[in-house]
Design a protein around this ligand. Structure first.
Ligand code: TRP
Length: 336
């Protein structure tokens, strides 16, 4: 049986953090075996808010893909490409923009967040001016998905509204052109543990509370030692409350195994294990988990041509697949 098609992208905001890893990458990696996957670095989407700060755009794109590969995305299984290397997306974006009612994009609830000075992940627009491109954010996203006529889109909660517009646009296209060619892609919501930053707020680059996949062991340990624990616990011998521990114990639940977590819970509650010791232990657990990923990442950063080659190859493959859809769309619309 033909595998179902999956498309998903990530804005190119630079080096990824453990929130991206736990929230998105582990899911993508699992999907690779069962679906025909297309994963792309959304540099055009980054441009919707950072059009005037492009000095790191190219390197940010490479860093993102390097993090993906180190984490286990496999170019033999998935097609990995860069959005701007697929002109087919831009072409489809034009056609979709013609049929998308203005009020559909104006209603997009995430538009309001995007125009706030800074968004949690550092992607906020600099001013509250909404450019034509930013307004078209969900239309471009629809083009990303529909250029492959994808079946499924793995997204977080925050992207559901965009995907709803994609489904509406696909339906409208089919109605207008009297066809059933475009599929209405389904979201695949992934139950992910919300990873807080070391200060207990949402993990985000611009909050300076994130731990990067690419951080060294020393950097990671230093950050973990700063993370918030049980505020009511003053002395090491005080009995701790793991359920009130704001960050450290939550990280145990996500990164440590059951035994380590239980042991931490007991020793903390009895006042045997102090917070400093607890965090040192936690840092070792996290460093251990990410050691092979970081090792692979170091190798890739030393050989950026490997990453570039994977991007070139993936983009080539993506263009061939996307062109098939575009040819059909041109035929349906009746374009010369
Ligand atoms: N908008 C998505 C985000 O901010 C990234 C994205 C762009 C995307 N195009 C997409 C995700 C297509 C899924 C499918 O995370």
């Amino acid at each position: 049986m033909k595998k179902k098609k999956i498309v998903s992208g990530m804005r190119t905001t630079g080096k990824l953090h453990l929130g991206h890893y736990m929230g998105v990458l582990t899911n993508w990696i699992e999907l690779q075996d069962d679906y025909d996957c297309y994963f792309f670095a959304a540099d055009w989407h980054a441009l919707t808010t950072k059009y005037d700060k492009t000095e790191n755009l190219k390197s940010d794109t490479r860093e993102v893909v390097t993090d993906w590969l180190a984490s286990g995305l496999d170019p033999k299984k998935s097609t990995i490409y860069v959005q701007s290397m697929l002109p087919q997306t831009a072409e489809l974006h034009i056609y979709l923009s013609m049929i998308t009612p203005q009020n559909w994009v104006e209603r997009d609830p995430t538009l309001k967040d995007m125009t706030k000075i800074i968004r949690g992940d550092g992607s906020g627009a600099k001013t509250d001016t909404v450019s034509y491109g930013l307004l078209g954010y969900p239309v471009l996203m629809s083009a990303d998905i529909l250029t492959f006529n994808a079946d499924i889109v793995p997204v977080g909660n925050d992207q559901l509204a965009h995907l709803e517009i994609t489904r509406d646009i696909a339906r409208r296209f089919n109605n207008i052109y009297k066809t059933d060619f475009l599929k209405e892609p389904l979201p695949k919501l992934t139950q992910v543990p919300l990873l807080y930053g070391i200060d207990g707020q949402k993990m985000g680059k611009s909050f300076h509370n994130d731990i990067k996949i690419s951080d060294t062991e020393e950097e990671t340990t230093k950050k973990i030692m700063k993370c918030i624990t049980d505020r009511s616990r003053v002395r090491k011998t005080d009995k701790g409350h793991p359920d009130q521990c704001e960050v450290a114990f939550k990280y145990y639940q996500i990164f440590a195994n059951e035994e380590e977590t239980k042991c931490c819970e007991q020793e903390c509650s009895l006042g045997i294990r102090g917070c400093a010791e607890c965090k040192k232990n936690l840092a070792a657990i996290i460093n251990n988990k990410f050691a092979p990923i970081r090792e692979k990442r170091n190798q890739l950063s030393k050989n950026p041509e490997i990453v570039d080659e994977i991007i070139q190859e993936g983009s080539k493959k993506a263009r061939i697949e996307a062109q098939k859809v575009i040819d059909k769309i041109r035929e349906i619309i009746n374009i010369y």
